[in-house]
Design a protein around this ligand. Structure first.
Ligand code: BG6
Length: 521
């Protein structure tokens, strides 16, 4: 398949104004794995302004030079191609470290003096992007310290803006999310708060809206009249790795469904926005979340399956069961898998089931959205006595082997009429070459530009919690009911198959073999 010619609809992007990125939790895993490599790649691509700087803030005592050395080691480990010798000194000269305690006002006053001195030495405004890459327990205290020392309103003392980027998890339920929103909005206005969900930074997730609204082909069919049901699968092969203590308190519903799966669902289900500005797009997404049919206690048992992985094999290697993972309670009843059925109660989707599932230690790593169209009437080619033909399916492969497949029926050449489903396939790597950019690069750049389209707004986060919180309470009350287990390396518990099969449907993924690299001719 050949990528189109130059008739691209280009949305022009300016480069950010000079700014300083302050990373709280700078010595942590997220900073090393994701944030610093993303900043470095943006720098190498010339997408950052000349006068940008990074200030790492954490409790560990460290000099600027020691921090630079830590960053260099992180880049060596987590940046493909490593830190290039040629541009490392320029990058390193923009890295600084500030030791402080998250609840110590004096440390924040010193941070303020340092940021002002840095800005003055670069003849730049005091623009600051504060990034909370810390455990969630300190989100609110840090925001409060930033406010108390005057850093959330730099315009009052020197020209400039201040923005806050917050990692997930954003609360544990509706009440805690509301409380956290109230705390941070005490320090920053809503349009200065960037709640990050790295799924929104993925190219293929952004392409959902382009596919739906930049093509005449799909939108007329995208409704209850033609769509039988929708499946969203987010399957991982990894277990909880080193995050046992966090994960055991969270589980799949909080860790994956409340954020990543809800975003995928709302992008698939939303109405066309009349503009691509951040508030218009996000308002349409919120409407979907608010239209989700509530799942009362009585429905949870038939519409939702939670399960936990037992020991098994992944990629030919034996792996332990969840309860034997480090940091996990040996009698834990936290779910590592969840599958459920929901409905969007509006005119477009009335009666169309949306089946969602996610789990760790499954048979393959695949994130995919399947739009399953209605079967054709049982006449003509579909009148065969040996069963109905496979329906049309549009599969959006979010990762890996990013792309789109469309399944339709064709006549196999030869005498007689033999009809078979065929898949037409579009692959990003084959069409455009290379790997898609890291989600964090796009999101960091957007936050520096002040574009919040790909970040979660407060009402969005609360609408997702409003749907999930009663489910979580029901699950918590049922905690002594047996939690099914599934073998690590399988496709999940048989109860999840039974749930969808009761409706006469099956879980399907259209995962494709790895695509050939490079552009096709
Ligand atoms: C994170 C979850 O938000 O997303 C992890 O906390 C999960 O548990 C990860 O593994 C999945 O992200 P990706 O980009 O690998 O699909």
């Amino acid at each position: 398949m050949v990528a189109g010619n130059a008739q691209e609809a280009v949305v022009r992007r300016d480069s950010p104004e000079p700014f300083t990125l302050v990373i709280f939790g700078a010595s942590g895993d997220l900073a090393a794995r994701k944030l610093l490599p993303a900043v470095y790649r943006l720098f190498r691509q010339g997408l950052l302004p000349e006068q940008f700087a990074v200030v790492g803030f954490a409790r560990t005592a460290m000099t600027d030079d020691a921090f630079r050395e830590e960053v260099r080691q992180a880049l060596d480990r987590f940046t493909p191609g490593k830190a290039a010798a040629a541009d490392w000194p320029q990058f390193a000269s923009r890295l600084f470290y500030h030791r402080g305690d998250y609840s110590d006002a004096a440390g924040f006053a010193a941070l303020r003096a340092r940021l002002e001195a840095l800005a003055a030495s670069r003849h730049a405004p005091c623009n600051t992007l504060f990034y909370l890459a810390t455990p969630p327990t300190v989100f609110a205290p840090i925001a409060e310290q930033i406010r108390a020392c005057g850093l959330s309103a730099p315009g009052e003392r020197c020209d400039g803006w201040a923005r806050l980027v917050i990692e997930k998890p954003f609360g544990r339920d509706l009440a805690s999310a509301r409380a956290l929103n109230a705390h941070i909005r005490n320090a920053f206005a809503e349009d200065r708060i960037f709640r990050i969900d790295h799924y929104l930074g993925k190219e293929t997730v952004q392409n959902i809206l382009v596919l739906r609204f930049a093509n005449a082909l799909f939108e007329p069919l995208w409704n209850h009249k033609y769509v039988d049901h929708v499946q969203i699968t987010v399957a991982e092969t990894v277990g909880v790795e080193q995050r046992g203590p966090y994960y055991d308190q969270a589980g799949a519903l909080r860790d994956m469904v409340q954020n990543h799966l809800m975003h995928l669902l709302s992008l698939v289900g939303m109405e066309a926005p009349n503009s691509v500005d951040s508030d218009t797009v996000r308002s349409e997404k919120v409407k979907v979340l608010k239209a989700l049919r509530p799942m009362p206690r009585a429905c949870v048992a038939s519409n939702l399956v939670r399960a936990q992985y037992g020991a098994g094999e992944v990629a030919g290697q034996p792996v332990p069961g969840y309860r034997a993972e480090p940091g996990v309670a040996p009698d834990s009843i936290t779910e590592t898998y969840v599958a459920f059925k929901t409905f969007i109660e509006n005119w477009r989707w009335a009666g169309v089931p949306f089946y969602l599932r996610t789990g760790k230690r499954l048979a393959a790593r695949v994130t995919e959205i399947g739009i399953h169209f209605k079967p054709v009437p049982q006449v003509l080619f579909n009148a065969a006595p040996f069963g109905p033909m496979a329906p049309n399916v549009l599969a959006l492969r979010i990762q890996p082997n990013e792309g789109i497949s469309l399944q339709f029926q064709v006549k196999r050449p030869g005498a007689g009429v033999r009809i078979e489903p065929f898949r037409m396939d579009f692959g990003y790597a084959a069409a455009f070459g290379g790997e898609p950019p890291e989600a964090y690069e796009r999101l960091l750049l957007d936050a520096a530009l002040g574009d919040s389209t790909l970040f979660t707004r407060s009402d969005e986060v609360e609408a997702a919690w409003a749907f999930l919180t009663p489910i979580l309470y029901t699950c918590a009350e049922d905690q002594f009911a047996a939690l099914p287990t599934y073998r690590a390396g399988s496709w999940g518990p048989k109860e999840a198959d039974a749930m969808i099969e009761a409706d006469g449907r099956q879980w399907t993924v259209f995962k494709r073999p790895a695509a050939r690299k490079g552009r096709e001719g």
